[in-house]
Design a protein around this ligand. Structure first.
Ligand code: SF4
Length: 423
């Protein structure tokens, strides 16, 4: 039960923090019945350092109650039963089965999925499909250790952005050798930084985002002015009303990400432009920017608005080239739905970009448009984010205290296909 609870509260925090709070938690609540009957305020105080402490308290109390009501206070040793428990998904269930019950299970987290694809074991993105395809390649008895080894290797050496190929022990076996740094010395330094031996207390190449990121975002609406977000504020005569959805979700590991879209490369206007979902107001929106942002996001990406909790409406901004008055709607993707390219003629990609990668100083720079406009750039996941979207994103992350120091004097050229656009 302790492993199950510790895994549930490990989302969006470090192993170190989990290990700090669990002794107090389990001393106070030693079994499922005690968890179920906990004093909510007291448990929230214990879990506070892990972030999302209210939601985690809720999950842990409901988990305790479900164990008492349906499993006689014991953790069931079956995947089908485990995934019915509050806060327990397939990944958590496989961790518990493999490590507490010695029942082999494959834990497909972000590292396991990425390395499986690099090794050519699967082409799938869906974690369940990855689990099944990779599982078919290995004897069942090896599944749990395979998960540990891949996750460890992904954290230490074969990172998403800068794999240390030149310092990798499986170089000769890997079909993806060369996707990262191959120079042995430079690769070794990169691997050492990830392992924390060069003073960087990190388990991954990108630093974690503060655990209370949602609370920080929640505080923004009502406290920021248009001038805080952009130097382009609406003129007195107004303009064409529009809205964008600044939607922050979280991945399987609880790390926040932002939903962005990329326009098709053959569009006549703004080809390849990366934007928040959004667009012009319709009469049917009743003048409500929230209705506009959600409707446009649904039309562009298939997003189900029912899973979106609007945190608030930010002050309207202005897009001088087009005359649009743009209202950003800041939202939390409480129950993410599948998103996709709805119209390939207009949209090339719908992407969830991790905040940790957005704020990674290695991905940040500025650019200059021939018109004289200068502004921030994010280069992430093969996207070049600049203009209005990058400016707004940069300010939102900064005002929420989620960004990291970066070199604002570093300029990169604006790609040719963006030069004709100004946004
Ligand atoms: S050779 Fe490179 S891509 Fe292959 S496992 Fe090693 S670090 Fe990863």
């Amino acid at each position: 039960m302790r492993l199950l609870v510790a895994t549930v509260i490990s989302a969006q925090t470090t192993d170190v923090t989990v290990n700090k709070v669990t002794p107090t938690l389990f001393a106070r609540y030693p079994d499922a019945a005690a968890l179920a009957g906990a004093d909510r305020d007291e448990m929230e105080a214990i879990l506070k350092p892990t972030g999302f402490f209210r939601a985690k308290t809720d999950s842990v109390m409901k988990l305790g109650a479900a164990l008492v009501e349906r499993f006689d206070g014991q953790v069931p040793p079956r995947l089908a039963d485990l995934v019915t428990l509050p806060g327990v998904g397939r990944k958590t269930a496989n961790v518990v089965l493999g490590n507490a019950f010695d029942i082999p299970g494959i834990t497909v987290d972000t590292h396991f999925g990425r390395l499986s694809r690099r090794f050519g074991w699967t082409e799938q993105d869906d974690p369940v499909k990855v689990e099944h395809e990779v599982g078919a390649l290995f004897p069942k008895r090896d599944w749990t250790m395979l998960s540990h080894v891949l996750i460890f290797h992904g954290r230490r050496t074969c990172h998403a952005k800068k794999p240390a190929c030149g310092a990798c022990p499986v170089t000769r076996l890997c079909p993806a050798y060369g996707v990262g740094e191959t120079d042995p010395e430079r690769a070794k330094k990169a691997a050492e930084v990830r392992a924390g031996r060069r003073g960087a207390a990190v388990t991954d190449a990108v630093a974690p985002v503060p655990a209370d990121w949602l609370e920080r975002l929640r505080a923004l609406p009502g406290s920021v002015r248009a001038e805080d977000l952009s130097s382009f504020t609406p003129p007195p005569e107004g303009g064409r009303e529009s809205a964008v959805l600044v939607l922050v979700g979280q991945d399987d590991d609880g790390r926040p990400d932002v939903l962005l879209t990329e326009r098709a490369a053959d569009m006549r206007s703004h080809p390849g432009q990366v934007s928040f979902p959004g667009g012009s107001a319709d009469p049917g929106d009743g003048g409500d920017p929230v209705a506009t942002a959600l409707r446009e996001a649904h039309e562009e990406t298939g997003l189900d608005p029912a899973g979106v909790e609007v945190l608030g409406v930010l002050p309207a901004l202005f897009l001088p080239p087009s005359g649009f008055v743009v209202t950003p709607v800041l939202a939390w993707w409480r129950a993410p739905s599948a998103v996709r390219v709805v119209d390939p003629a207009e949209c090339a990609a719908v992407v969830r970009v991790p905040v940790a990668e957005l704020v990674d100083p290695a991905n940040r720079s500025r650019t200059r448009h021939p018109s004289g406009y200068t502004g921030p750039v994010f280069e992430v996941r093969d996207l070049f984010v600049w203009g209005f979207t990058a400016g707004l994103l940069s300010q939102v992350l900064s005002l929420a205290g989620l960004d990291r120091p970066w070199d604002t004097s570093r300029f990169v050229p604006l790609p040719e296909h963006h030069v004709g656009a100004r946004r």
